[in-house]
Design a protein around this ligand. Structure first.
Ligand code: E4P
Length: 226
């Protein structure tokens, strides 16, 4: 499972990349809005930092298939061919996915709440589909189970489309999907930090340090003891 960062602030992306094995960045219009800056300025900064080979997912906002196709061309021109175009899986979005695939774009079907949306987007040629775990839960359905079903649905139908699970509220959800071997998960900074944070680990490390200092002296480490 690839781990991606669902974020638009470059300083947050830098901080996370420094520690976590992130393999790309995903954004959506709301994430870009939070930066308060011109979208292409923000996205070019992210592209420059992650490099031209890394995955960057950028969403279109037009309502018609023609508008979405035009947006996808501008996005690829500005940010490189290895930029995945996120397209909402609705009526116009479905038509846009087919047009973009004919245009040789990489496509992520997004705003996926149901297994059928995922199936249809995959059949239309989407490279990824992004089901929204937490938002599905908030509708009274089971987000994790929906993602597992989509993953199985793709394998059982010989579809090469990958799942890019999104909208997580905690690290347990990410862990559960990692066990299933889904294609990718994109997580917020907060959830990413929680994948690693553990008070028991901090306490164990602190006891080891104290014990060692008791033996060799305050501030001593393996590089400067006898
Ligand atoms: C990704 O494709 C989605 O835009 C994003 O993960 C939604 O997350 P949220 O439900 O936390 O806003």
């Amino acid at each position: 499972m690839k781990l991606m960062i669902d974020e638009g602030q470059i300083q947050v992306i830098r901080r996370l990349y420094d520690v976590f094995p992130a393999e790309g960045v995903t954004t959506n219009p709301s994430i870009l809005a939070k930066t308060g800056r011109p979208p292409y300025e923000v996205l070019k900064e992210i592209r420059a930092f992650i490099g031209k080979e890394a995955q960057l997912h950028v969403q279109v906002t037009g309502e018609s298939r023609e508008e979405m196709l035009e947006e996808s061309r501008r996005i690829r021109r500005e940010l490189g061919e290895n930029t995945f175009i996120k397209v909402p899986v609705n009526r116009e979005g479905m038509a846009a996915i087919r047009l973009m695939k004919q245009d040789k774009a990489l496509v992520t079907g997004t705003a996926v709440y149901t297994r059928m949306q995922a199936y249809l987007a995959a059949q239309a040629g989407a490279d990824y589909v992004a089901p929204y775990v937490n938002r599905i839960d908030n509708l009274g359905a089971d987000g994790i189970q929906t993602v597992k079903d989509i993953h199985a649905l793709f394998r059982n139908n010989g579809l090469s489309t990958q799942v890019l699970a999104a909208s997580f509220k905690n690290s347990q959800q990410v862990q559960e999907l990692c066990l299933c071997g889904i294609g990718a998960a994109t997580v917020s900074a907060d959830v990413m930090e929680r994948l690693l944070k553990n008070d028991a680990v901090d306490m164990a490390v602190s006891v080891f340090r104290k014990d060692f200092e008791g033996l060799c002296g305050q501030g001593k480490t393996m590089k400067d003891c006898g």
